[in-house]
Write a protein that binds this ligand. Structure first.
Ligand code: IRN
Length: 628
């Protein structure tokens, strides 16, 4: 089987909806605003809806051909604004073997068109440098509510009916109320609220005008916490098909954005495949590709090569760029006495360039020019943390915070041109030092969304760094981080495979969800409550189906009790039939009901009976064997 066919087969497999799940759409104010959600139906007839990142892949009605890419859900919205133009972009496959083999640009373009992957790019009318601006922030600041904003608003509201019931119970609501550390989370997200958050820079909607396959989403402290999964080949391993597989796989389990960190061969084509087949925003670190273009020699990088790379990727539809513009020349010496020096790939590339030329980082000196490019395509900045700590010992040091303050300064510069920004954060930070990161970020970066890598709370568990970092991610998510960059069990050890990607995502879905619950996001507890109820009522299949990873939950259960009958049994193999606490509670309730007394009275009378019996046998805890 050839590679695209193998991929098509894999996609058929991942097109299976998750168990008991149906894709539904919320209808917006115009026919082409249809917001997906997943409805999980329980055996008692009650349904729970959950946020759905899986795109058309899990919609049985969608006709998907990976060679053609996904349907262009945003095309009408972008066209409708009438402020963009088609133009002749870069030749495709600029760095791939096609051109290296002597193929002309025109031939390469034809080949790409035949493959259904080459699209004529679009930019703001007038192009880069004309001042034209097509960012969501620009519209928001003009008071325009875009279809993207309305889409996001509908998407953020989950289980409104459940909320009505829950919020009606004042005692419970008060007891379980969250602490959002100063965030202002609305009870119902409206399109106007989204517009206001984007206008203030407190949220971003990463949505390149060339990524019309995108189902928009928001990243911001007052919205649900999001997670990012990194995929990408390296020079050593992995192929284009495998990368698209990882994309489809990642969104199936809940990745809200995906970053393509490819560094090896076919970097341009891999990205084309990924963007054309992605319903979630795609991020990249363009300096990686720029480095490929200069044969891996950091000193040979120039602003011009970097600028061309930005435009090439913006034309393809990349939604956000990690840019390590805060790695300033005067900060580099601050890392000299660190235990782990500079651990960011992009950060170390820029540090090497600065030292070699003894010049200020060209990403810093050309920042305004770069922003001109971002606004012509609506690419969002993800300002990179090139000086993040790579060990607990280096956490919160001057190098890290000097860079963070610079990222704050650059945020305000980007906002002058209405370009959307989020700020990347660490890294490795012990638990007691996590909150300071959020506090500093809020202080210096004007509430621009924070996007952190974990942080890893200890360094002693290679092989388990999804857990060491999941702890830090849950904490910092609660304090206000808007997006969590996942870490897989293979972190520090090797390139993750499909199973590692899934484990990383599920771990981060847990971190994001517990943060949402702690912050008091309305509606998010619905799933916890439904699952708890199913557990208490021994509705095993419902318990599996409501979980983040139904397959694993069912598999673990079935390892010891595989029979179908066990799926309705009132116990599991953990405690066995006699010691199941939930079963005993239910028996108490049943007993009380039969006696026509309250649960407390039933318990008391049971206690009295046992107390009498105890006294009758002498009232001793330890009874001599002979007497017993
Ligand atoms: C996220 C927060 N801090 C770093 N990240 C991610 O790390 C970033 O989004 C990208 O996926 C990756 C960049 O790594 P380097 O180049 O900084 O090591």
């Amino acid at each position: 089987m050839n590679a695209p066919d193998k991929l098509a087969q894999f996609i058929r497999l991942t097109r299976e909806p998750l168990p008991a799940s149906t894709k539904r759409y919320l209808q917006g104010s115009r026919p082409d605003i249809q917001v997906p959600l997943r409805e999980i139906m329980q055996s008692n007839g009650e349904a729970i809806t959950v946020y759905d990142t899986s795109g058309p892949y899990t919609d049985p009605r969608a006709d998907i051909d990976v060679r053609q890419g996904l349907p262009l859900v945003r095309q009408g919205w972008v066209d409708g604004r009438g402020d963009t133009e088609l133009y002749v972009g870069r030749p495709p496959f600029a760095l791939d073997d096609g051109l290296k083999n002597g193929e002309t640009d025109a031939l390469a373009a034809l080949r790409a068109q035949a493959a259904g992957l080459q699209r004529q790019p679009r930019r703001a009318k007038g192009g880069v440098g004309s001042g034209a601006n097509v960012t969501q922030m620009h519209y928001a600041r003009k008071g325009i509510v875009t279809p993207e904003m309305e889409y996001v608003a509908l998407r953020e509201n989950q289980n409104l009916e459940w909320q009505a019931q829950y919020l009606g119970n004042a005692e419970r609501e008060a007891r379980l109320a969250g602490n959002s550390f100063g965030a202002s989370i609305p009870k119902v997200v409206t399109p106007e609220f989204v517009r206001d958050e984007v206008a203030r820079g407190r949220a971003i909607i990463p949505a390149n005008i060339n990524h019309t396959e995108l189902e928009p989403m928001a990243i911001g402290r007052n919205f649900l916490v999001k997670i990012n999964a990194n995929i990408g080949n390296s020079a050593v391993t992995s192929s284009i098909e495998e990368e698209v597989e990882k994309l489809v796989w990642s969104i199936r389990w809940g990745a809200d954005t995906v970053m393509d960190l490819s560094t090896g061969k076919n970097i341009h084509t891999t990205r084309d495949w990924i963007v054309r087949n992605s319903p979630v925003p795609i991020g990249t670190v363009p300096i990686y590709q720029a480095l490929e273009k200069v044969g891996g020699i950091a000193e040979d990088l120039t602003w011009e090569i970097f600028r061309d790379t930005l435009i090439e990727q913006a034309e393809q539809g990349v939604d956000y760029f990690t840019v390590h513009a805060g790695v300033r020349l005067p900060f580099i010496h601050l890392t000299a006495n660190r235990v782990t020096g500079i651990v960011s790939r992009g950060g170390s590339i820029m540090a090497k360039w600065c030292i070699a030329h003894h010049k200020e980082n060209f990403l810093y000196t050309h920042f305004d020019e770069m922003t001109e490019i971002m606004k012509a395509y609506d690419v969002s900045y993800s300002l990179g943390d090139g000086l993040r700590p790579g060990s607990g010992a280096d956490a919160n040091d001057e190098a890290q915070f000097a860079e963070l303050r610079t990222l704050g300064e650059l945020t305000h510069k980007a906002w002058q041109q209405d370009v959307q920004v989020m700020i990347e954060g660490p890294g490795h930070v012990p638990m007691h030092m996590v909150q300071a990161n959020m506090t500093e970020q809020l202080k210096h970066c004007g509430e621009a969304p924070f996007y952190t890598l974990g942080p890893l709370t200890t360094d002693i568990a290679p092989g388990y760094d999804h857990i060491t970092s999941g702890i830090g991610a849950a904490m910092i998510g609660w304090f206000g981080t808007a997006m969590l960059c996942y870490v897989t069990p293979k972190e520090h050890l090797g390139l993750p495979d499909r199973e590692d990607v899934k484990v990383g995502i599920i771990t981060y879905k847990i971190a994001a969800h517990v943060a949402d619950v702690a912050k008091g996001h309305p509606g998010v507890r619905a799933r916890d409550d439904a699952l708890s109820k199913a557990r208490f009522e021994f509705r095993w299949m419902d318990q599996f189906n409501l979980s983040l990873d139904p397959e694993t939950a069912k598999q673990f259960h079935d390892e010891t009790l595989p029979a179908e009958g066990a799926k309705v049994a009132h116990f599991c193999s953990m405690c066995g039939p006699k010691f199941c606490s939930m079963k005993i509670t239910q028996e108490v309730r049943e007993y009380a009901k039969n006696l026509g007394v309250s649960e407390e009275q039933a318990l008391q009378s049971g206690m009295d009976v046992m107390s009498d019996a105890f006294k009758k046998v002498g009232g001793e805890i330890y009874i001599p064997i002979a007497k017993a």
